[in-house]
Structures are given as structure tokens and as C-alpha cells.
Ligand binder design. Sequence first.
Ligand SMILES: Nc1ncnc2c1ncn2[C@@H]1O[C@H](COP(=O)(O)OP(=O)(O)O)[C@@H](O)[C@H]1O
Ligand SMILES: [Mg+2]
Length: 232
Amino acid sequence: MHPSSSLITARAVTRRFESAAGDFTTVLDAIDLDVIAGDYLALTGPSGSGKTTLLSCLSGLDRPSSGSVHIGGDDLSALDDRALAHVRRTTLGFVFQRTDLLDELSVIDNILLPAVRRRGRVSTETLAATAQLMDRLGIGQLGTRAPHELSGGQRQRVGICRALVNRPPILIADEPTGALHREATDDVLDVFDQLNASGMTIIVVTHDPVVARRARSRRHLVDGRMIDAVPA
Ligand SMILES: Nc1ncnc2c1ncn2[C@@H]1O[C@H](COP(=O)(O)OP(=O)(O)O)[C@@H](O)[C@H]1O
Ligand SMILES: [Mg+2]
């Protein structure tokens, strides 16, 4: 039903919200999308065009009003909440516009938190892989710092590291550079390039053309519809 190389397959995904007055707004209108393994996809579109809602539907945080989403072989609509949470935990890492860190924990403990939550402890392999990833992301020296000591760009790199600590194959980022100045944005984009080059599939929502240009492929949303051409 869906191409086997497709990691995430959305077919005719429609999302409607009902207002208090009882009328419906269509926020996503029959979206088809294939994200293949190794892709680096930028989803662009004006504010309010449905980008975050689409990510929520693709990642099982929200359920479409109609249409289907598959991740790997799994039809998300067929999964109960527990199975859905498992797919999300094992397949997806998330980065948002601002990375919330617990200030009472060191940077490294913040990064390891998803591993602790998942297994109750941190394996030696996870520790080693995390140290390596922190080095690659240029935050290898920051492990013992407190979160409030970090710059915005460093926080985002910590957020990326934390998103990847359980080694998901897909990274989903919603406006990850939206709060950063140009130099910090470039740092994050360099990290995405590196991760994608090593096989990570990345979906990034952005309204920054500089960010979108760095991706391998681009899709554009307008009023909940996917259009092909990205307006200049
Ligand atoms: N839970 C919700 N209930 C009602 N309307 C919503 C809800 N979530 C999003 N919307 C509406 O859907 C539209 C798209 O929102 P969103 O996906 O956040 O857009 P974007 O991320 O592109 O800025 C907006 O008009 C927003 O108000
Ligand atoms: Mg949004």
C-alpha cells in the first residue's frame, strides 16, 4: 500500500477542528506525503498554514479527522495509545523552537533523561554514544554546566542531543532555529547536515528560506494544502 522505502507515509490526511460555535475549520486538507529513509525534508509555509498540525499528525501526537499515516509498517490509526507511544519513543526524536531544560540538572543529565525514563538506567553504550554525539555537535565540553549558562544555540544543540539519545531514525524539528540569530542557526544547520550525512532522516518545519534551502527536499503548505512550487 505504501512504498517500502517510505518511513512516513501520509495519505489524504485531513484535520478539522470544531469551534465552540459548532462550525468546522479545515486545517489540513487531503495531505499526501512520503518521507523516505535518509531524506532531509523542509516543510515551509506561512504562520497558521498547518505545519505544526501536520507534524502532530505525522508523529501520532494528534489523530487526523480522516486519511492515514504509516510509520515504518505501522498504521498509526490501528494503534492504541500505548502502542503509539512505543512507536513514537523508538522512532522519533523531537526538537522545538525552544529547548526546555531542567535547570536543577546538569546538561548531560538533561540529555540522558529520555534514556533514564525509557530504561530506568543509562547503559555504558548509551553513555559512550552520547559523549560522541555531544562532541560531534560541539557541546562535548558542556556536560557539567547548568542549563542557564548556555547560549540559545548551545541549548538547541543540547535539545538535538537529547532528542537523539534513544537513537531514533527520524528527527522532527518544529522551527528549531526560530529563536536563534544567524550564527547559531548556521550551527544547528551544520549539525543537521552531519546527522543527515550519517543516515538520519530529518523533517524540519521552518519559515526561514535559509533553513529550507539547506534541506534535500521541500514541500510548501498554504491554508492546509500542499502545493508544489515554493513561492519566491
Ligand atoms: N487544537 C486546535 N483547535 C483549533 N484550531 C487549531 C488547533 N490547533 C491548530 N489550530 C488552527 O489550525 C491552524 C494551523 O495551525 P498550526 O498547525 O499551528 O500552523 P503553523 O504551525 O503553520 O503556524 C491555525 O489556524 C490554528 O489556529
Ligand atoms: Mg507552528
